[in-house]
Design a binder for this molecule. Structure first.
Ligand code: NAD
Length: 251
């Protein structure tokens, strides 16, 4: 229970990867602030399971981010994980989807970081973990907003890693390949449309084709990595963009 006494805020943790990271940090004793949308009774159950509190702030809205950070109090571990995807050819890409994806997948991490850093500096300890993506290193067609945001998040992470290095604070990206979560499941119909493919073709020829292991990443694998990044043994892992993609970006 090496994280007893530490508070972790995990954005987008009512589902998928964020929830797995929150569970893994809670198992090590961290007190958890969940964030994200969903059914109220399901979220209440999660809070009970993890002894967590929950903020329903919409992270595309700066005022709501500021409210969440004020309610959370000092955050020792900040996991910027909330994200959205939209699949469309660039000339048809809905402008409001572009704006939302950049706001959620990139700008929100700037706001939570700028509001967490003063407290971390005061304590001389902090961990900032950003869920980026294999798409922070490589592109695929029809995901212009997402890939722009994730490349931006990777650059942001390297910058703050340098700025904060002497304060006992590390900043790293976790970059998964395809993880079987609602985010991946929901993009299948649009990918079928954009590429003129069947569901099976999208699964095998688009998604798993990227991953040399031919396996989806499990959210728990990312939880385990987040725990490692919080350990003292990881104090010199800083500014890294850690791939968990079965070898996708090794090509
Ligand atoms: P998910 O859809 O299961 O979870 C997304 C979470 O974000 C949910 O808790 C949702 O409520 C929350 N959310 C959505 N809009 C929000 C908003 N406006 N404000 C606050 N919270 C909001 O998705 P996931 O697959 O677990 O994705 C989590 C992160 O992992 C994302 O940043 C995603 O880009 C990244 N990622 C996912 C995969 C994958 O294959 N699933 C691969 C690489 C990177």
């Amino acid at each position: 229970m090496f994280l007893e006494g530490k508070r972790a805020l995990v954005t987008g943790s009512t589902s998928g990867i964020g929830l797995a990271i929150a569970r893994a940090l809670a198992r090590e004793g961290a007190s958890i602030v969940l964030n994200g949308f969903g059914d109220e009774s399901e979220i209440a159950k999660l809070c009970e399971e993890l002894g967590a509190t929950h903020s329903g702030s919409d992270l595309t809205d700066v005022a709501q981010i500021e409210e969440m950070m004020a309610e959370a109090g000092g955050v020792d571990i900040l996991v910027n994980n909330a994200g959205l995807q939209h699949v469309s050819p660039v000339e048809e890409f809905p402008v409001e989807k572009w704006d939302t994806i950049i706001a959620l997948n990139l700008t929100a991490a700037f706001h939570t970081t700028r509001l967490s850093v003063p407290g971390m500096k005061e304590k001389g300890w902090g961990r900032i973990i950003n869920t980026a993506s294999a798409h922070s290193k490589a592109a695929s067609p029809y995901k212009s907003a997402y890939i722009s945001a994730k490349h931006g998040l990777a650059g942001f992470t390297k910058t703050i890693a340098l700025e904060l290095a002497e304060h006992g604070i590390t900043a790293n990206c976790i970059s998964p390949g395809y993880v079987w979560t609602p985010l991946v499941e929901n993009q299948i119909p649009d990918t079928m449309k954009a590429r003129g493919m069947t569901r099976e073709q999208v699964m095998n020829d688009v998604l798993l084709a990227k991953q040399p292991t031919k396996k989806f990443v499990q959210p728990e694998e990312l939880g385990a990595l987040a725990v490692f990044l919080c350990r003292d043994e990881a104090q010199n892992v800083n500014g890294a963009n850690w791939s968990v993609d079965g070898g996708w970006t090794a090509e």
